[in-house]
Design a binder for this molecule. Structure first.
Ligand SMILES: Nc1ncnc2c1ncn2[C@@H]1O[C@H](COP(=O)(O)OP(=O)(O)O)[C@@H](O)[C@H]1O
Ligand SMILES: [Mg+2]
Length: 256
C-alpha cells in the first residue's frame, strides 16, 4: 500500500518556458507532497509560477528538471485521474447548454447511456445550485454560474485530484464567499484531493488544510503551514498576519 504522504510528490521541480530563444524560469527546485484527501493551497504573488506548477501537475507542461509522481507513477501527460477548473469563465463549450456540457464530459470519460449521463448531470447541477439553469447556454449565465457549471463538470469526471487555478478570482466578494462555502460542502461530500491556487490570503485560510507559500518570480517554496479553520476562531487574524509577514519578507509589494 502507498503511504499517504506519497500520494502526490513534487520533487526538485524546475519549470521553464522557451520563448523567442529566451529561457524563462517559472519555478525553481520546488518540493512538496500532497496527502490523499487534502486541500492544498498554493499561495504566492502574481508571476511566481503557481499556474505553471498546476499545469505541470495536470500533465500539460513537462518539467525541465525534477519530477511529479502520482501514486508513485511519474506524471507525463494529462489523465482522467486529474481534472482542472481554470480562472477564465470561457472554459465551457459555448454551443452546449449547462446540462449538455456536463453530459459531454461524463460520456467522453465513461461508457454510460445518454439518459444515465443526463440524470447524473442533473444531480450535479443541483449540488451547485443550478438545477433551474440546466438548459441555459454559457452566454446566458453570469461568471459565477459558469464557474459553478465548470466545477460540476469537473466533479462529473470523478477524478481523484482536482486542480483549481484561481477559479473565483474574478467574482464579486459575495459570490466568491458563497462559492468557497459550496466548494467546502462538495469536498465534504466526496473528499477529493484538492490543489487550489490563489493569491488571496483569506481564500487560502478559508479553503486550505495546508498552505504552501511561494517567493516571487522565479517561485520557490518559502514556507508550509497547516490550517484548521474549525479551531482557528480568534486566531484567524493572527494567522493572516503571520502569512502576510512571510510573504512581505519575500516581496515588499505583496498585495493582500
Ligand atoms: N506561455 C508562457 N511563455 C513564457 N513565459 C510564461 C508563459 N506563461 C507564464 N510565463 C512566465 O512564467 C512565470 C510564472 O507564470 P505563472 O505560472 O502564470 O505565474 P502565476 O500563476 O503565479 O501568476 C511568469 O514570469 C510568466 O511571465
Ligand atoms: Mg496564475
Amino acid at each position: 500500500m502507498i503511504k499517504q504522504e506519497q500520494f502526490l510528490e513534487v520533487k526538485h521541480l524546475t519549470l521553464q518556458y522557451k520563448t523567442n530563444g529566451f529561457l524563462v524560469t517559472a519555478t525553481c527546485d520546488v518540493n512538496f507532497s500532497v496527502k490523499e484527501g487534502e486541500r492544498l493551497i498554493l499561495l504566492g504573488p502574481s508571476g511566481c509560477g503557481k499556474s505553471t506548477i498546476l499545469k505541470a501537475i495536470g500533465g500539460f507542461i513537462k518539467p525541465s528538471y525534477g519530477s511529479i509522481l502520482l501514486n508513485a507513477q511519474e506524471i507525463k501527460k494529462p489523465g482522467s485521474d486529474r481534472s482542472f477548473v481554470f480562472q477564465e469563465f470561457d472554459q465551457l463549450l459555448p454551443w452546449k447548454s449547462a446540462l449538455e456540457n456536463i453530459v459531454f464530459a461524463i460520456r467522453s470519460t465513461r461508457k454510460v447511456t445518454k439518459e444515465e449521463a443526463q440524470s447524473e448531470a442533473r444531480k450535479l447541477l443541483k449540488k451547485v445550485n443550478l438545477q433551474k439553469f440546466a438548459d441555459s447556454y454559457p452566454h446566458e449565465l453570469s461568471g459565477g454560474m459558469k464557474q459553478r457549471v465548470a466545477i460540476a463538470r469537473c466533479l462529473a469526471l470523478k477524478s481523484k485530484v482536482i486542480l483549481m487555478d484561481e477559479p473565483f478570482a474574478s467574482l464579486d466578494a459575495l459570490t466568491r464567499q458563497k462559492m468557497q462555502e459550496e466548494l467546502l460542502g462538495l469536498w465534504a461530500d466526496t473528499r477529493f484531493t484538492l490543489i487550489f491556487v490563489t493569491h488571496s490570503i483569506d481564500e487560502a485560510i478559508i479553503l486550505g488544510t495546508r498552505i504552501i507559500m511561494f517567493s516571487s518570480h522565479p517561485g520557490e517554496v518559502i514556507e508550509e503551514l497547516d490550517v484548521d479553520l474549525s479551531v482557528l476562531g480568534s486566531e484567524y487574524t493572527a494567522l493572516k498576519e503571520r502569512i502576510s509577514d512571510i510573504l512581505f519578507r519575500n516581496r515588499m509589494d505583496y498585495v493582500i
